[in-house]
Ligand binder design. Structure first.
Ligand SMILES: [Cu+2]
Length: 106
């Protein structure tokens, strides 16, 4: 009986760790992989720059301090918040954040 409860506790603990690793929340600015945290196009605001870079083949990205995560999400989710401060929930795999939800921080 004791052995069983230890095994059960271990299983629960592993589940909790796995659940935590699966979804995380990040707060940062929506940018693109071309510019990172500094937008290089002059005479354009951040949102236009991000959109132009994405059109040119870059990917949407999230700048959290000095760290850049590639955002894997639909254009419908990401386009409206280009250049904005957002909170993203999703699964981080390597340096790619798979977006499950995204909300603008006002
Ligand atoms: Cu850009």
């Amino acid at each position: 009986m004791k052995k069983l409860s230890i095994a059960l506790m271990l299983a629960l603990l592993l589940c909790a760790v796995a659940a935590q690793a699966a979804t995380s929340t990040f707060t940062g600015f929506v940018t693109d992989t071309m510019c990172g945290k500094d937008h290089m196009m002059t005479g354009k605001d951040e949102a236009s720059c991000v959109r132009a870079c994405v059109k040119g083949g870059a990917k949407y990205a999230l700048a959290v301090g000095d760290t850049i995560y590639i955002l894997d999400g639909s254009k419908a989710q990401l386009d409206p918040v280009a250049g904005r401060k957002v909170t993203v929930s999703g699964e981080l795999k390597g340096d790619t954040l798979h977006v499950s939800s995204i909300a603008e921080v006002k």
